[in-house]
Design a protein around this ligand. Structure first.
Ligand code: 6PG
Length: 479
């Protein structure tokens, strides 16, 4: 046995991760794929890499030094269970199976429990950064046992992206914690992409600027507070011209956004945990709305405002949009961290929120300048109830909220959909509100279902005899 690490599943992500591993000092990488030609192909294409090609699970296990450590890189779902089953036949107690797919964290909890019973360690690991990240340095979010981290830590540190001298990997927490955090990363990714899309749409429709001109605006934004990978690639996409038609590519691409599910999982999980992650959920729904052409064929059927909006001062409008984007982005991250906080409490994980922000600074899709500010916010106050109340974000919101309101008002008045800009603002104002009309909802619930309510002036649970004499009685709390 010569390999200290193995990779099962050699599609693009798996091949790239295997090449990344092999390129780092001290790693020898056993590789296995169900169809053998992929394995042979990878070895032939990359003679420089220290691969040990294997063609059966027995051979794969025999080529690994103990504790045997294998990273599974197959499409999340039933395939993952099948590979785990095969590995368990040839692995021994103390060995480590890592699932690097985009697994649903509850599947990871289930798998970890089942695998642990055999004495083998199971690590669900979030991998972000796409194909390029896998090859050059991803952000890695492993969960699993402390024991597995001892072996895995140095290997993962060797391949992760590096941000400000630190590898973008940490032992996130036990069992499903890593995949949970990766899921929330993707939820934030959805919201971040949507707010960028809303900014582009508003600028285009209100100023008439071309995609290439808007590309320049995004490139400029990428030198300031908004500096991030997604802003950077937005400029590139907007600048792209279609070779066939000579038109901006963005005008040729069908306007129906796909989704592989992780954003939806984040929204669903937020609902299950009672976390108001409205911006993230709206971003998921915005994609769903786009993907229903049969429902969208309502132009001219559903009335809109009489006139289209044209910005009087284009530069001032663009700056307002930038501020609205920044504020909405802060809300998305704040909501995302709220989900992680609530998930950790619910599932019993110890997750260091500041470190999560730190390992997202490099390699991953949502890498952004202000992640350091999130780390600082949690360093100052680890049990911050809402991230955006931390001084840095509070000040940023104070400086942007007027523009944010103006943009949401303009979007509403002129019939330009801005679901995440506007729902994020409603969330912000909801948190600010001294009193919410939730009191009225409690009254309604008590009226039709005797669901009871609490009073502001004394302890206890109460019910009004709505269909009787409307006097109030103390009630047993039934929620
Ligand atoms: C990442 C990405 C990655 C993938 C998403 C895309 O962090 O590298 O999030 O995991 O590109 O799953 O998701 P959708 O297909 O749902 O947009």
């Amino acid at each position: 046995a010569t390999a200290n690490i193995g990779v099962v599943g050699l599609a693009v992500m798996g091949s790239n991760l295997a090449r990344n591993l092999a390129s780092r000092e001290g790693n020898t990488v056993a590789i296995f794929n169900r169809s053998h030609d992929k394995t042979e192909h990878l070895v032939a294409e990359h003679p420089e890499a220290e691969f040990v090609p294997t063609f059966s699970y027995e051979e794969f296990a025999a080529s690994l030094t103990v504790p045997r450590t294998a990273i599974i890189m197959v499409k999340a779902g039933a395939g993952t269970d099948a590979v785990i089953e095969e590995l368990l036949k040839v692995f021994e107690p103390g060995d480590i199976i890592v699932d690097g797919g985009n697994a649903l964290f509850t599947d990871t909890i289930r798998r970890e429990k089942a695998v642990r019973e055999t004495g083998v360690n199971f690590v669900g690991m979030g991998v972000s950064g796409g194909e390029e990240g896998a090859l050059l340095g991803p952000s890695l979010m492993p969960g699993g046992s402390d024991e597995s981290w001892v072996t895995l830590g140095p290997i993962l540190r060797s391949i992760a992206a590096v941000a400000e001298g630190e590898p973008c990997v940490t032992h996130v927490g036990h069992d499903g914690a890593g995949h949970f955090v990766k899921m929330v990363h993707n939820g934030i990714e959805y919201a971040d992409m949507q707010v960028i899309a809303e900014a582009y749409d508003l600028i285009r429709r209100a100023t008439g600027k071309t995609p290439a001109e808007i590309a320049d605006i995004f490139a400029e934004w990428n030198t300031g507070d908004l500096e991030s990978y997604l802003i950077e690639i937005t400029a590139e996409v907007l600048r792209q011209v279609d070779a066939d038609t000579d038109k901006p590519l963005v005008d040729i691409i069908v306007d129906q956004a796909g989704a592989k599910g992780t954003g939806g999982w984040t929204a669903q999980t937020a609902i299950d945990l009672g976390v108001p992650a409205s911006g993230i959920a709206e971003a998921v729904f915005a994609r769903s709305l786009s993907s229903h052409p049969e429902q969208r064929a309502t132009t001219g059927v559903l009335p809109g405002p009489a006139e289209e909006f044209t910005a009087f001062d284009a530069d001032a409008f663009v700056e307002q949009v930038r501020l609205a984007l920044y504020a909405s982005k802060i809300v998305a991250y704040s909501q995302g961290f709220d989900i992680i906080r609530a998930g950790a409490a619910h599932y019993g994980w110890t997750i260091d929120l500041g470190t999560v922000a730190a390992i997202w600074r490099g390699g991953c899709i949502i890498r952004a300048r202000f992640l350091n500010r999130i780390t600082e916010a949690y360093a100052e106050s680890a049990d911050l109830p809402v991230l955006m109340t931390a001084p840095f974000f509070r000040e940023a919101l104070a400086a942007s909220q007027d523009a944010w309101r103006a943009i949401v008002a303009t979007a509403a008045a002129s019939g330009i959909p801005s679901p995440v800009f506007s729902s994020s603002l409603a969330y912000y104002d909801g948190l600010r509100a001294g009193r919410l009309p939730a009191a009225l909802i409690q009254g309604q619930r008590d009226f039709f279902g005797a669901h009871t309510y609490k009073r502001v002036d004394k302890d206890g649970t109460f019910h009004t005899l709505w269909s009787g004499d409307r006097s109030e009685v103390e009630a047993v709390d039934t929620h």
